[in-house]
Design a protein around this ligand. Sequence first.
Ligand SMILES: [Zn+2]
Length: 247
Amino acid sequence: MAKWTVRAIQVGSIDLDRSAMTHYKGKGERITVPIWCAGATDGVHKVIVDTGIRDLEEYKKAEPGVSQTPAQITTAAIKRIMGWDPEEVEIVINTHLHCDHSGSNKEFKNAKFFVQKKEWEAAFNPLVPEAPFYDKLCYDKSAVNYFQWNFLEGDTEILPGLRVITTPGHTRGHQSAMFDTKDGVVCVSGDICNVAENVNGNLEPNIVVMVPETYESFQRIRQFAHYILPGHEPAIEDGSEKFIPVL
Ligand SMILES: [Zn+2]
């Protein structure tokens, strides 16, 4: 069985109230959190999970606290951490299509994209509260050729040692990527867990469209994963292969 190496890639920061990620806990406490992508390889394949933001000024309309250094622009960050040019990337997994996770999809012209069919449909028909986080220019035909997409219906093995599992809650078609590494299974969770405290403390993030499913998704992650790279966890270093243990 192929063993994967997974690295955290920081593609921006968001200054926010801590309770935005941990329901009502930590209200009034300002913190700065990273926006994470992940780069992964089994020694043969080049895989990216999530692609960061599209346009800083545009994203500020949904999330005023966002910032990005030139070195954090997605393509520059991937080159810095993984050494890859965008046209070398073969597989892009979108955990979900919010604009801080799919924003640079358009850069990966040779990649196959993997998203849940439900998420794709939801992104073109958002509920009122989630509309500010879906930006069609991140995933419509101007960004990704239709024939690059693979629309998934449930848990799927992408390659030996790489699976996606459905983790709905934060969005209707959310999925998480699971990598078999030498240290155990690493879950790149997207925003079903903004931070590790969500799964380890059984505490939902603020942006949730399906509450019971969120807690079921935490349970699935606990069942399968040894380590987690959450979408916005501050206790992980840029470029690191060390993630947070799942309790
Ligand atoms: Zn999100």
